[in-house]
Design a protein around this ligand. Structure first.
Ligand code: FRU
Length: 509
């Protein structure tokens, strides 16, 4: 089946993108993906009159990052999504002729309003668009860009992405940036009307000379800054500044500072990794929903080559929506939204008891769309493993590993992807991070397997990654095992239904 799709600009859509995307065995079925073509950051996340709106960086013409549009999807349950008309298209001329880059949606006295980065050549500047009441149709301001240059006298590495909120009867905005030779930063602005902005100053600046190359390096530019309060509702809580560390055209990882936002600055307490998957959970955006929950999505980048992406007809997945709360340890605690359990189908249970073998295949559990919940208890020095997407000969397998140090309550969460694919062109680097443990060495593990998308949550610490077995139909085995003294307290696995109807989704609804 072919589609006769022509964009409003008259450009024909690349043939068969949606069909090719449909037949790719690596395409997730309960993680949000675009109908076809390229997807990156979540944008404009909002819960508006009972409807969740997810906008995203989208190229409907090819599975490559070029002339980015804003795709749009809606949901009432955060599980099933309806494709909506493309919200923003790059202009034929003007400040966004080369792309409508990331931004946010705010409620301007009842008028849905987008603040996004218009891209023209190498310049990126803040632009504004007003929406129809149903958030489907958008009109760009004639006066765009609403800020015409980065702050004067500052040598910036880049200037894009927005966090906008209401405070003391005014609008405030952060624009992600970096000061050359210093580090990443977020510039603070103030406005009465979202159109005229007064520069206040840098909210906080990183030090790019620290931790070069390390997992917590803060980069030379901060992409997609997101500032929010969390914890006590009386304002006595913690403030969180999320950003994605970037350098010279390459994405690194998302980090966050806890601390206090007061006056015009942010006083940091501690810096943490947002997700142990590094670049596989990038450019996140969060919003408070109408139930008062903080919901976050991140972009699960691909780990295969550009050619493989182009061939597949689609690329880029959203994480599942996550709730973000403040843990007793002062760190963010993340979990898939409870709504996701609506997709659970047949359940397989494994009887609790000690895990005595290094590896036992679980013949009753198989699949490439799974939700697994396990509770384990690890003695000092013990390690437990959960193997997913294993081929019958064991040549391809992905291993989630939790271990406890001999002394103290320290643990480690690891994802071994070295054997996740025999294809030498895909990324199979392992991932790991610190795992908080109590005296019983208890680990609450949740693993979402969705074709190439994998999300692990261990005691609230997330690790997202991508995996591409070369024999995807056969790589459906699951197993568990342990070395040392490990008790399995509980194990349940569910087959997950697809969130999308079968059949090609129109690229240009
Ligand atoms: C982050 C990012 C943003 C930018 C957008 C462009 O992944 O590079 O900084 O606005 O993607 O698509």
């Amino acid at each position: 089946m072919t589609h006769d799709l022509t964009l409003p600009s008259g450009t024909p859509v690349a043939e068969g993108l949606a069909e090719r995307a449909l037949h790719d065995p690596h395409r997730p079925r309960f993680h949000f993906t675009s109908p076809g073509g390229w997807l990156n950051d979540p944008n404009g996340l909002t819960h508006w009159n009972g409807v969740y709106h997810l906008f995203y960086q989208y190229n409907p013409l090819a599975a490559a990052h070029h002339r980015i549009h804003w795709g749009h999807a809606t949901s009432t349950d955060l599980v099933r999504w309806t494709d909506e008309p493309i919200a923003l298209v790059p202009g034929t001329d003007g400040p966004d002729r080369d792309g409508c880059w990331s931004g946010v949606l705010v409620d301007d006295g009842g008028v849905p309003t987008l603040v996004y980065s218009g891209r023209h050549g190498e310049r990126e500047l803040p632009c504004v668009a007003r929406g129809s009441a149903d958030l489907r149709y958008w009109t760009k301001d004639r006066a765009n860009p609403v800020i015409t240059a980065p702050p004067e006298g500052v040598d910036t590495t880049a200037f894009r992405d927005h966090c906008v909120w209401r405070e003391g009867g005014m609008w405030r905005q952060l624009v992600g940036s970096g000061i050359r030779g210093v580090g990443g930063t977020a510039f603070l602005y103030e406005s009465d009307d979202l159109r005229t902005w007064r520069y206040v100053g840098p909210l906080l600046t990183g030090d790019a000379s620290q931790n070069q190359g390390e997992l917590d390096w803060t980069g030379t530019m901060w992409e997609c800054v997101d500032l929010f309060g969390i914890g006590d509702s009386d304002g006595d809580g913690t403030d969180v500044l999320v950003f994605s560390a970037w350098d010279e055209g390459s994405t690194h990882h998302s980090l966050y500072w806890t601390g206090r936002y007061h006056g015009d600055i942010f006083t940091p307490t501690a810096l943490h990794r947002l997700d142990y998957g590094g670049r596989y959970f990038y450019a996140p955006q969060s919003a408070r929903d109408e139930h008062g929950r903080r919901i976050m999505f991140g972009w699960l980048q691909e780990g295969r080559t550009d050619e493989a992406n182009a061939q597949a007809g689609w690329c880029g997945a959203m994480s599942v929506p996550r709730t973000v709360t403040l843990g007793a340890d002062g760190r963010l605690h993340q979990a898939p939204v409870p709504e996701l359990t609506e997709l659970r189908r047949e359940r397989v249970e494994v009887a609790p008891g000690p895990l005595t073998d290094p590896y036992t295949p679980l013949h009753g559990v198989r699949g490439d769309q799974l939700d697994i919940e396990a509770t384990l208890s690890l003695a000092p020095g013990a390690t437990a493993r959960l193997v997913v997407r294993e081929t019958p000969d064991g040549a391809e397998r992905t291993v989630v590993e939790v271990s406890r140090a001999y002394v103290g309550a320290r643990g480690t969460l690891r994802l071994h992807r070295e054997a996740s694919s025999l294809d030498p062109t895909v990324d199979t680097e392992p991932r790991y991070g610190e795992l908080p443990l109590d005296d019983d060495g208890r680990v609450d593990l949740r693993v979402l397997v969705d074709h190439s998308a994998l999300e692990v949550f261990a005691n609230g610490r997330p690790l997202a990654a991508r995996i591409y077995p070369t024999r995807p139909d056969e790589a459906v085995g699951v197993g568990i095992g342990a070395v040392g003294d490990v008790a399995l307290k509980r194990f349940d696995a569910w087959q997950m239904a697809s969130a999308f109807t079968e059949g090609p989704r129109p690229l240009w609804p």
